[in-house]
Design a protein around this ligand. Structure first.
Ligand code: ATP
Ligand code: MG
Length: 264
């Protein structure tokens, strides 16, 4: 077990009278790769915003990479965290070139524009784009990419500053079958690479959980249904309670999960 990357104690997030998250307890260690699973509106994105130092809880204690939210400068903390989400993708100007989008990752977070890139930075950006299977897109404009290509470029960008924590919100949403399988395979390789940062990935589909993820947190109506080692947490009973419908759960030989509703 590595050092502690996240520690949430009694975390509640309220907005306009509604509790989006309720009494969350969550501890994440360095070498762990977590999936956060839950239905629409469960609070998954809200949770990722809290651990990404983008949102302060209404109650409770949040420690991210050894820093306590509220007692630390979030502008020092955010560059240590890689975040990829649909909300962030919407902010990318369509004319931005793929290479520039990845290159500026280390600077954009702190709002700086630097015309002269270090050649080491360029090499790293090119390697990451290649690692995500997007080498042929390097000169393309973001606005011309397909949904799947955008997702992969975003992950390359999130990895660019060599973050200590990587947060992915629905990375496979909007992808076709081939695109999803390709992405899940790449995320699986990333999860199994000991040099990768600690990871937390949000999804509503157990089919999208890449092999190599070690822990799971199941969320429903802002509360934790179950959490811990993935083999213990991923049961038909836990998933049925999380999604509020009776589900059968199977696991393939490759370590992937498959869920099906029954009894309708
Ligand atoms: N400002 C707000 N005021 C009241 N409710 C809000 C506010 N912002 C978000 N919510 C609600 O909080 C709940 C949790 O939202 P969140 O985006 O975290 O869910 P999610 O699990 O990511 O869902 P999805 O799978 O659809 O992305 C939703 O029901 C949402 O409508
Ligand atoms: Mg969401």
């Amino acid at each position: 077990m590595g050092g502690q990357v996240l520690r949430l104690q009694d975390v509640t997030v309220r907005r306009d009278g509604a509790a989006l998250l309720r009494d969350i307890e969550w501890t994440v260690h360095e070498d762990e790769r977590w999936v956060v699973i839950g239905p629409n509106g469960a609070g998954k994105t809200t949770l990722l915003q809290v651990v990404g130092a983008m949102l302060f809880p209404s109650e409770g204690v949040v420690e991210i990479l050894g820093e306590r939210l509220g007692q630390t400068d979030v502008f020092d903390l955010r560059p240590r965290i890689g975040l990829a989400s649909a909300a962030l993708a919407e902010k990318v100007p369509p004319e931005e070139k793929v290479i520039d989008l990845v290159l500026t990752a280390s600077y954009a977070i702190i709002g700086r524009w630097n015309e002269e890139y270090d050649s080491g930075d360029v090499t790293r950006a090119v390697e990451l784009i290649d690692q995500l299977g997007c080498a042929h897109l390097i000169r393309r404009r973001f606005g011309t990419l397909s949904e799947g290509e955008r997702k992969r470029v975003q992950i390359a960008r999130a990895l660019m500053p060599d973050p200590e924590l990587l947060l992915l919100d629905e990375p496979a949403a909007g992808l076709d079958l081939g695109g999803r399988e390709d992405l899940v395979r790449r995320l699986s390789a990333l999860a199994q690479d000991p040099k990768s940062p600690t990871m937390a990935l949000v999804t509503h589909h157990v089919e999208e959980v890449p092999a190599g993820f070690t822990h799971a947190l199941l969320l429903r109506h802002g509360s934790v249904v179950a959490q811990g080692e993935i083999d213990h947490v991923m049961t038909a009973d836990n998933l049925s309670r999380t999604f509020g419908i009776p589900l059968n759960l199977e696991r393939g030989r490759d370590g992937r999960w498959y869920a099906r509703a029954y009894g309708f």
